[in-house]
Design a protein around this ligand. Structure first.
Ligand code: SAH
Length: 255
């Protein structure tokens, strides 16, 4: 009898940020295929009956390629297993979840997707940066910095007035910040780089668009990190006084 696949969003790291549905799926799994960024320290307890397979990918070191992961997932399900594909954050935010759903559908394997807490919102939140804030920012744009942005994308992004959240952006930080500045985003726009959110080694660099590359380089910031650009950064863990100042400034902006 054909088994099934459950794509599980594992959240940004801590086991506490798994959903109840994720915990239940893991408890029922026969096989768990997990990523580097998915919470995996406690998998032996969470998925006590499952074979645990690390398909983690490090930039430049593909342990098992995407096609290999899909083939393995489908094969084990066709053999009758309940396969849990545990991913970091939410499966549909730069997580290739859509491709994996399509691979299952093409093979006639039933598949279900359990959403996860995305690092795009939770990692800034963990250092006191709300990605939206009344009267400061009413938009948030989540961008992949994996490949360089085009001039058109940079132009539109710079003109949008949105909080900009960049994932996978550490290596392209200089081209992204310079590109946004070239298209008119102020060099003094508050910017934060949060490395290893929720981990003991978490580090946050609070800087400006103009200085972000130098400050992040000086601090030796590496991947994984979430980059946040926008006035909301000024609200970071500073308490009510700063929040008030940010709101006052926002209110005084003409138009
Ligand atoms: N699906 C995931 C994102 C996958 S892309 C999600 O919804 O969160 C991988 C990128 O996510 C990393 O390069 C980094 O930018 C970000 N990321 C994921 N977990 C993170 C964490 N704990 N701390 C900082 N950045 C993280």
């Amino acid at each position: 009898m054909t088994g099934r696949v459950t794509l599980v969003g594992g959240g940004p790291g801590p086991v506490e940020l798994l959903t109840l549905a994720a915990v239940r799926a893991l408890a029922d799994a026969d096989v768990v295929l997990f990523d580097r960024l998915a919470p995996h320290d406690e998998l032996a307890e969470l998925a006590p009956h499952a074979e645990l397979v690390d398909v983690g990918k490090r930039p430049g070191h593909h342990v098992v390629g995407q096609e290999g992961i899909e083939a393995l997932m489908v094969r084990r399900a066709l053999e009758g297993a309940h396969v849990v594909r545990l991913k970091g954050g939410d499966p549909y935010v730069f997580g290739r979840g859509g491709e994996e759903v399509l691979a299952c559908a093409a093979a006639g394997v039933p598949v279900r997707v359990i959403p996860g807490v995305t690092s795009a919102i939770a990692v800034p939140g963990s250092v006191g940066i709300p990605v939206t804030h009344r009267e400061v920012s009413r938009m948030v744009t989540v961008v992949s910095g994996h490949a360089p942005l085009s001039e058109t994308e940079l132009e539109h992004l710079a003109g949008l007035g949105s909080t900009i959240v960049i994932l996978m952006g550490v290596s392209n930080l200089p081209s992204i910040t310079a590109g946004l500045a070239r298209h008119g985003l102020g060099a003094d726009t508050p910017t934060a780089v949060i490395e290893r959110g929720f981990a003991a080694e978490q580090r946050t660099v609070v800087t400006t668009l103009g200085a972000a590359f130098w400050d992040a380089s000086a601090a030796g910031v590496g991947s994984p990190a979430v980059i946040v650009i926008g006035e909301v950064v000024r609200l970071a863990d500073q308490g009510v006084a700063t929040a008030r100042a940010v709101l006052d400034d926002a209110a005084s902006v003409p138009g």
